[in-house]
Structure formats: C-alpha cells, structure tokens
Design a protein around this ligand. Structure first.
Ligand SMILES: [Zn+2]
Length: 408
C-alpha cells in the first residue's frame, strides 16, 4: 500500500515558510549592543565586568561589543578606579566620550516638524520647529525637514553620526520610505530617508513615530528601567511602540505598531484607512468632537480632552457621560494589547494627556474592568509628560543603533 505523503513535519525536516535560524547573528549582536548602551544610560559609567552583568551579556562577549564603540569615538575609558577589583588590575569605567559625535533627530507629524541635536548620553542640545499645511506637496515637506535640520546642525561643531527620523505613518525602515500617511496622503510613497540624506550628507534612519517614542520612554521617560511596556500615541491618529522583554519590538522592515487600525467593531464607522470600526474611529479627537456636537456640549466643534475634563468636573451631566465613554473607548485598545502581550505598563502620549489624572484613572479602571483578574498583572496606565522629548530622543537613539559595526 502506498501511503500519501505525511503533512506532519518529521524530525529533521524544515518547518515553517522558510527554514531560518532562531535569531540571526546580526540581530543578536544588535540586541546585545543595545543592552550595553541601555545599561550605560541606566546606570552611568561602568566597568566592563559591571557592564556585562547589568546588560546580561557574557564577559567573553563584552569586549567584542565595546571595542567598535571605543574605536568609533562613542565611548572612552575613564581613570582607573582603585579598589574596584581587589587584588587585580584597577577597573577603568566606560562612559560616553566627552567629544563623542552628536546625533540628529527629526519628529515629523502631518503639518508639523521638530528637529533636534542630541548628545550621545541623551541631552537635547538644540531644537528647531517648523510647520506646513496638510495640503502642501511632498517637496515642501522635505524642504521644511531639511531646513529645520540645518538649523540645528549649524550649531554643532562636530559632524553628527547621522539622522533619525520618526514619522507618523506606515513606514518601510529598510528603504527609508513612508508607505502610507492617512492624514497627509501627499507623503504616501515618499522615500524621505534617501531624500534627506542626499541634502544633509548624513546617513538617515527612518522609523515609526510611536516606536521611536517607546525607545525614548525607555531611555529617559516613564519606561526607564522597565523590561516590558507599551508606549501609545493618541492624537488625531493612534499608534503603539512595544518594548518587550528588554528589547524594542519591530516587524519586518518596520512593520507593526498600527494598533489604531485594529478593528474593535466590524459594524463601526468607516476609518480613514478604508476599513470599518478601527480603534481610531472611537478614540481620537475626531470622535470626541462628533460626539460632543451630537450632545450639543459647549464649544463642541473645538472639543479637546482638557475641555471635556473641565466640563465633566463642573458637573455637566452629558460631559460626564461622554468623558466616561471616551475613557472606556481608550481602554479598549489597551485591553486588546494586554490580552495578547501583557506588557503591563501602558505609557500614553499625545492629546490624551491633557485629560490629567481624571482621565488616566478612568482609563485604568475601565481597562481593569475588561480584563481577567490577575494579582500580578494588573495593567498600569501612566501619561507621558506634556511636551516631552521622548520621540526625538528615540529617533536619535535609532542612529546609535545603526552606526557601529558588530564584530565577533
Ligand atoms: Zn483604520
């Protein structure tokens, strides 16, 4: 009897679409390099032994990670610390070199751009802002980005290592292209990275805005010291950056993070992306203004989270109901993310933070209401600081993550 070929993979037979290594050596090297830089940012100057321990890499590996950073002028060895290694050679702490090259960063949202010059140890040295109309052609936006970049680069005596650009839109990080931007369709398909690189003569690394925001949160914001958290931007659009088990999560070529377009109601309103019932259709300011108008609330056409919080606190019954409903709608995206990945900590940025503690507490309560009770994994909601530099810092950090070769 001839048996049909078995569809069950046999031992030794490749599984999955393409047989691949569990983690490529390059990816593992970048993760380790990132951990070493993060340990320095978290703890300050460290000996190689402490750096290896705190970054979770082996003593054998630490040399191959640190050497290119020393040779590239990013790190320097400090004065020997006597007594640090009893009986042995005094340890020389590693820290960012005083003359280490700076990093340039750009945060680009529809209608608005901010550029910054950032030191390797995370200090904002200069910033410049610009604006443009949502209907402007892509060339005008590129000019605005380059102009603001040149404004901050003019103040730098040292040549920056490169430019990190954080963009609100769907990106392809490998080619530096904005694949789609629902709020400013003129930018869809724009190879912004190469265009800016050509004009400023520096390497450019482009990524999703909320992912850069998460990197910035981990560097010096509410995510500092955390092993896992989600950083969510909620304004005219919604996106998320995920920091999971000590590393930023990123799909192929920058994919993922489009939590605003996860569907929460198949019969819901039509979204800008063309689908129905995306989270964005019930949790952005557009929704808030529409609902406020329907309820005939004062200043409904210009309703913001801050105005709604004020009306609710003043006892307006309709405003109170809408405020609670808005908090529930915000919580739904948090609930879905917590059910799948359980990041535990949710750092919210954007217009939503103007709702203050009244909104933060409501979102947290609503999120817990929809989640199974687990004494060790209650979701925590925190708001980023108003006008913080999380995204610019994260964009600058993209440059650090791509500038030094890996050896070993
Ligand atoms: Zn959508």
């Amino acid at each position: 009897m001839v048996r049909p070929p078995s569809k069950t993979p046999q031992p030794g037979q490749p599984v999955g679409r393409q047989p691949t290594a569990l983690m490529t050596a390059v990816k593992a090297g970048r993760v380790n390099q990132g951990r070493v830089l993060q340990a320095l940012h978290d703890f300050g100057p460290l000996s190689r032994a402490d750096l290896a321990r705190l970054a979770g890499v082996s003593r054998a590996t630490i040399g191959s990670i640190v050497q290119p950073l020393l040779e590239g002028g990013l790190l320097a060895e400090g004065e020997p610390q006597r007594g640090a290694t009893p009986g042995g050679k005094p340890a020389r702490p590693l820290w960012f070199a005083p003359d280490s090259p700076p990093l340039a960063a750009v945060h680009l949202l529809p209608g608005w751009v901010q550029a910054a010059l950032v030191s390797a140890d995370g200090k904002i040295l200069a910033t410049a802002r610009g604006s443009f109309r949502g209907t402007d052609p892509a060339a005008t936006v590129v000019d605005c980005v380059v102009d603001r970049l040149n404004a901050v680069l003019a103040g730098s005596s040292a040549r920056p290592l490169g430019v990190g650009i954080a963009v609100g839109g769907i990106v392809e990080s490998t080619s530096g292209t904005i694949l789609a931007c629902n709020l400013m369709p003129e930018l869809s398909g724009l190879p912004l990275g190469p265009l800016v690189s050509e004009r400023v003569h520096l390497p450019v690394h482009l990524d999703l805005h909320p992912r850069a925001q998460a990197i910035g949160d981990r560097w010096s914001g509410p995510g500092r010291g955390e092993q896992s958290f989600a950083s969510i931007y909620i304004g005219e659009a919604i996106g998320a950056g995920l920091f999971l088990n000590g590393a930023i999560h990123c799909g192929p070529a920058g994919a993922g993070g489009e939590i605003g377009h996860t569907i929460v109601d198949i019969h819901g309103r039509t979204c800008r992306c063309g689908q129905r019932g995306c989270w964005e259709t019930i949790a952005t300011h557009d929704w808030l203004r529409e609902e406020a108008t329907r309820l005939r609330l004062p200043t409904a056409h210009a309703m913001t989270t801050a105005l709604l919080a004020g009306l609710s606190a003043a006892g307006n019954t309709d405003a109170k109901e809408l405020f609670e409903r808005y908090a529930r709608n915000l919580a739904l995206g948090v609930v879905n993310l917590q059910q799948i990945l359980a990041p535990g900590l949710f750092i919210l940025h954007g217009d939503v933070i103007a709702g203050g503690e009244a909104l933060r507490g409501r979102v947290e309560r609503q999120a817990r209401r929809y989640l199974p009770t687990r004494s060790t994994a209650e979701p925590q909601i925190t708001f980023g600081a108003a006008h913080d530099h999380a995204t610019l810092l994260g964009a600058a950090r993209l440059v650090l993550s791509h500038s030094f070769p890996l050896i070993g």
